[in-house]
Design a protein around this ligand. Structure first.
Ligand SMILES: [Zn+2]
Length: 592
């Protein structure tokens, strides 16, 4: 999902008369205008590098484990005993009452012998019946988990059961970051509805085995809405059926693995724009669903998707879902990576920082970032929400690579440096597993910086990019943990990355490179790093590249006297700190 910006509102504004405010502003602007650009430059220079990157003294604590998160986050025997192969979701949405009703038939493979399984559905939903082979089953509920008693089922058996349910689903307080249904109206005052689930879990509106590691191989999404409205979901639209009483059923089918939170419905007065995307020697269909009055602007604006897909296939290999299509779907919130139906709510604007999110004015952040998730998140899915940096870090680094693809490496560094300001270092990116803990936060900007740092450690772009693409291709439609990323890159590059991952992913602190220069020598060492951390760093010595291999003891290299030395901290996520105590003859020049 999109990176969250915090909003700041002035509390003084209502107290000041508007015209008075205007007059004061004019005086203020006249007073400072002379120095304005200089101030801005100084300010930017001050924040460009290290000052914006710190290791705060106090660590942030991970959330306390609640009973709900224990049930949602862990994989006890009642969940391990089955592996979902197919969901057949059938729902009617009452747009006026804001309720849903229907059933989901879950087909699964029994992995172990069992007589009880856990399926998940929000406790605010009413279960009418759970049936298996035309028999009603007994069940108990605890938080959002439902424990269902079955007759003995043996390992290796394929079985299906159906949950009939209804209810008033949660209204999203702040989609896509705080999930639920989004009951909106468009500019013409007509109903415009969507749903988001990442973080909260899809079981807030449909019953499923709600753990990120279990994806069905396929899913039917059959949604009935009032005729006149259109419902767009993931996959292919197989059929549109008039079911009487002024209602229409939209039958979508996803013929690929999909994680639960990627399932959505988007209901509105859509126009359908057909486009084509040329990539890897083939021509594919792309379809854009936008509110009818946005057709003209979207037809132009979404042309960018062609370049985005081409660039991403260049870096990460084939888009995995051509069979299910590539769709952009206008939604009444910012955007979300819903597989093959990427939702877009970014206003079709450029160079408008008030609301739209654009990169250098002309790259639409939402089209780019959410499409990046088709590789990172949708194709390759994290094994646990604690590992969600695999979605967001690689997703954010995709933005950087796209800037590099279009505008070159130097501008991509400029873009990346802007992202350094948002790094918190208050807790390790990979937090506790099995607790339904979603490791957002530093997953985005720090995650991207870690991948960029890894690129610099490998110090061979051809090898880095072939490994990156290899990882995306070899793990396509798969589930990975952080350790799988580490091991893959270690193996392909022949670099032991254990300490690198321990430092950057499993610890919160960014290492500090301490250095000092005197009499034709450059002294350096790591501080604030984990034991054994030995990441190499490239320097520019009179513009000539030198690689150093710092440890925690002070070491040195010979350099020309009075050489200009630059630590390439635009290639490494490090804090750099000049420390004269490293110089020989200083009381503290030994190790710390
Ligand atoms: Zn994202």
């Amino acid at each position: 999902m999109a990176f969250k910006r915090s909003s700041v509102r002035s509390r003084l504004a209502p107290l000041i008369n508007k015209s008075m405010l205007r007059l004061l502003s004019l005086i203020f602007i006249a007073f400072i205008s002379f120095n304005c650009s200089q101030l801005k430059m100084i300010n930017e220079a001050r924040h460009y590098f290290n000052n914006s990157l710190t290791n705060p003294d106090e660590a942030e604590v991970y959330p306390e484990l609640t009973e709900r998160n224990r049930l949602m986050g862990s994989l006890p025997a009642e969940r391990k005993c089955y592996n979902v192969s197919h969901y057949d979701l059938n729902l009617e949405i009452d747009m006026d009452q804001k309720t849903i009703a229907g059933y989901n038939t879950i087909t699964a493979l029994a992995v172990n012998n069992f007589t009880k399984l856990q399926v998940d559905l929000s406790k605010s939903m009413n279960i009418e019946n759970i049936s298996y082979n035309d028999q009603s089953l007994l069940y108990t509920r605890k938080e959002d988990a439902v424990f269902v008693d079955f007759p003995a089922i043996s390992a290796g058996t394929e079985f299906s059961f159906t949950v009939h349910y209804n209810g008033t689903p949660r209204v999203a307080p702040r989609p896509p970051w705080d999930d639920g249904f989004v009951w909106e109206t468009d500019k013409a005052g007509r109903q415009f509805v969507a749903v988001t689930s990442e973080g909260l879990g899809a079981s807030h509106w449909w019953p499923c085995k709600d753990h990120i590691s279990d994806e069905p191989n396929s899913m039917a999404v059959n949604i009935t809405v009032p005729s006149g409205l259109m419902c767009v979901s993931s996959g292919q639209l197989k059929e549109t059926k008039d079911v009487g009483n002024g209602k229409t059923e939209y039958r979508w089918f996803v013929n690929n693995p999909i994680n639960n939170y990627n399932i959505s419905v988007n209901i509105g007065h859509y126009a359908v724009i057909q486009d084509t995307i040329h990539s890897l020697g083939q021509v594919h269909d792309a379809t854009y669903y936008v509110l009818d009055y946005n057709e003209a602007v979207a037809r132009e604006h979404f042309k960018e998707a062609r370049t985005v897909i081409r660039a991403l296939e260049h870096y990460f290999g084939p888009y995995q879902w051509w069979e299910d299509g590539y769709k952009l779907v206008q939604a009444p919130y910012l955007g979300m990576e819903h597989q093959t139906a990427v939702t877009y709510g970014n206003d079709f604007r450029i160079y408008d920082k008030s609301k739209s999110r654009s990169i250098y004015g002309f790259i639409d952040y939402i089209t780019l970032h959410e499409t990046a998730h088709e590789w990172w998140g949708n194709s390759i899915t994290a094994c646990d929400p604690a590992d969600v940096w695999v979605h967001e870090g690689f997703g954010t680094y995709t933005e950087v690579l796209y800037v590099e693809y279009l505008l070159g490496y130097d501008l991509s560094i400029d873009y990346l440096i802007q992202k350094r300001r948002g790094i918190g270092n208050r807790k390790a990116i990979v937090g506790p597993r099995n607790q339904n803990y979603w490791g957002f936060g530093d997953a985005y900007n720090k995650g991207a910086w870690i991948i960029h740092t890894l690129r610099s450690v490998i110090d061979n772009d051809e090898l880095f990019f072939s490994t990156l693409k290899g990882f995306a291709v070899d793990n396509a439609k798969g589930i990975v943990c952080t350790e799988d990323v580490r091991d893959y890159f270690s193996e392909k590059t022949d670099i032991d990355l254990d300490k690198f991952f321990d430092q950057y992913l499993f610890n919160r602190m960014v290492p500090t490179l301490e250095y000092a220069q005197q009499n034709g020598k450059f002294y350096y060492r790591w501080s604030g790093a984990i034991a054994g951390f030995n990441m190499p760093v490239n320097l520019l010595v009179n513009k000539s590249e030198e690689r150093i291999y710092p440890g925690t003891e002070t070491e040195s290299i010979d350099i020309p006297v009075y050489a200009t030395v630059e630590v390439k901290d635009w290639e490494y996520l490090i804090i750099k700190k000049e420390n004269k105590e490293l110089l020989p003859g200083t009381a503290f020049s030994g190790s710390n």
